[in-house]
Design a binder for this molecule. Sequence first.
Ligand code: G6Q
Length: 532
Amino acid sequence: MLSKVDPVKTKSWQKLLDHFAEMKSVHMRDLFANDQRFNDFSFQFEDILIDCSKNIITEKTKQLLIGLAKECNLKDSIDKMFSGEKINETENRAVLHTALRNFSHDPIYVDDQDIMPLIRDVRKKMRIFSDAVRSGEWRGYTGKKIKNIVNIGIGGSHLGPAMVTEALKFYGSEDIKVDFISNVDGTEITEILKNLDHEETLFLIASKTFTTQETMTNAYSVREWFLRNTRDENTIKKHFIALSTNKEKVEEFGIDTENMFEFWDFIGGRYSLFSAIGLSIALYIGYDRFEEMMSGASSIDEHFKNTDFENNIPVLLALISIWYINFFGTDSEAVLPYDQYLHRFPAYLQQANMESNGKSVDREGKTLNYSTGPVIWGEPGTNGQHSFYQLIHQGTRMIPADFLVAKEPLNRINKHHKILLSNFLGQTEALMKGRTIDDIKDGTPYKVFSGNHPTNSIIYDKLTPNTLGKLIAIYEHKIFVQGIIWNIYSFDQWGVEYGKQLANIIQNEMNDGKIPESHDCSTKGLLNHLMG
Ligand code: G6Q
């Protein structure tokens, strides 16, 4: 069981409150009078440099935050997660996405069963299958090679693979195109199917439960479309694959369990991209590269598990973010990749973070009196600069931001990368320093920039599968650390479950054509309008 420490009642929290009283009027410009700051607050892990010096922190802030993590038993919680304890207590499940990328020979037990052989079997099956499709050994029912992969899934069964296949497009097959159908809005399915030759298309039905309304509706509509073309149920086995934990439902849909890639309830949806849910990735970039991504994530897992908090990247990023959320009172964080390949990274992190830490009840079941997960948002730089950066620079809110960029571009064209890098550096420096009225020739107050806006600069040598795996794991563990300190359960999602129930109830009412009095007058009015 995870310990249940109320962070606000720790000694460190009180000390942080006192420290905040000293720090709230400090400007980073003054902190940078110390030339050692970059050395003191930047961390290199293999090919990734993380500079946290442009934050309103001192060595004392760091030590107090580490004290908070210790008082909240972070180390013990990390060990519990890695060893397979059922730390997702509200669902009575272990949390073992780290086991998916574990290549050691050590066993990991869940309910007295070593789960590593299960994981290895699925890895092997994914390798064989993706090799067969990519080489053309696996063909459609008319003998044509597979040219289109369509992943049908939503939430955790969509956002990870969608983000990664975009991020690693540079390494993707030129002969295979990947599409995603997630929305139940018939427009998405219509637009995607329009351009597909059913004889060359493989559909991956990605659903942990195989009961999610949107995914199953899309899957059945695609199946109908496919059978309208082939008029033969036997053709399904060459074109439909299931990625799921639910054998029964997969069979009910008509997919042979031989064509099912399994995962388990100890893998949370939003943490599942390294499981069978990542099959679209393996098909697109090849299984070896998929494993390179896993090994990147695995190296961060080892770092997270074994490094003291002083130098532990996910821990420090989590603590700095807590400093702003709980002491400065910030409520959002921006993720700003200066890397077009990472254009879906903010959307992916939005789910990972907000579904995990968007909680307001603690591990004792008590309503919280402090803030938890922030709103996560962002767009690639430099596009954001011509849009919402104005508010970050001169608005009334403090919005801590992570800036990400590659040292070496994957596509070098003229001076583009130098321009991208100079924008990255120009923005982070301006956000830190600001511009005072004395710096402005005509003395107009509208041109004043307060500065003191915190940023982390994350610079990787080059965007490779391995690097991407590291970035993913850094953020996953950052989320974990925050959940532990906030004393919440990060691995359930009752909000999502509730949404699933509500939609089903109203759908039944719409089918019956009767609107119960129990609805509020707005919902009744809208239902009448829609059904009239
Ligand atoms: C993720 C959530 C949620 C889930 C989707 C899809 O952690 O649980 O986003 O992934 O609701 O669920 P299925 O994979 O079961 O269709």
